[in-house]
Write a protein that binds this ligand. Structure first.
Ligand code: ZN
Length: 209
């Protein structure tokens, strides 16, 4: 019985199509287990007892609203905030798939499986470079490949993000290096505000909106 949590956490990462040997899997499994223990404690204090498999699925489903977990994913696995968010969404999807498969109907009705409450939902999208609010119509999309090319031309590292790292005690040079490394490993498209898109356009002749 010792390994029920682990087995179920691995079921989640398998459903997400993550290899067992992927370092991300190790990190996710340990985060999901840890989260399940926190949820269990919370539940106990209100006299609710939930079986371990359900606790694990709840934990996986609530990664998306767990800021410290997302932060840890970014740090440990060198992911961008966006990629960490995507992984949390995938974890939610996987937990839902498993809950349906195992007929945990009550679980599927719990808040962790509902669409994000309004206060957690971003009102608008934000620019992936400068965090400015943008609307769907304004957003310019840049492929990961295009973005990497722009990075080499000095585009993409916003002063706000540098300052955030510097405030944690990282020297400026190192902060820039860290961000560049993080950004260059991103596999998904980037959404840019009009301002950033303009700057990018100036830098890149191959740029097409
Ligand atoms: Zn921007």
């Amino acid at each position: 019985m010792l390994f029920v949590r682990r087995r179920w956490a691995l079921r989640v990462t398998e459903t997400m199509n993550l290899e067992a040997t992927n370092p991300l899997t190790t990190e996710l499994v340990s985060m999901i287990i840890q989260g399940s223990k926190q949820i269990e404690k919370m539940m106990k204090s209100s006299n609710v007892k939930i079986a371990k498999p359900q606790l694990i699925l709840m934990s996986a489903a609530s990664l998306r609203s767990n800021r410290s977990a997302l932060q840890r994913l970014m740090e440990e696995c060198r992911l961008t905030a966006r990629d960490a968010g995507t992984i949390a969404q995938e974890a939610l999807k996987a937990a839902g798939t498993l809950a349906r498969e195992y007929k945990f109907d009550e679980l599927l009705r719990s808040p962790s499986f509902q669409p994000s409450p309004p206060h957690l939902q971003p009102i608008t999208m934000t620019c992936d470079v400068c965090n400015a609010s943008i609307t769907e119509q304004d957003a310019a999309r840049v492929s990961a490949e295009q973005f990497r090319a722009l990075l080499t031309k000095g585009f993409g590292i916003d002063e706000t993000n540098i300052r955030m790292l510097v405030e944690t005690g990282i020297p400026r040079e190192q902060a820039i290096e860290l961000l560049t490394r993080q950004y260059s490993t991103s596999q998904s498209d980037w959404l840019l505000c009009t301002d950033c898109a303009g700057k990018a356009k100036n830098l890149s002749s191959e740029w097409t909106r």
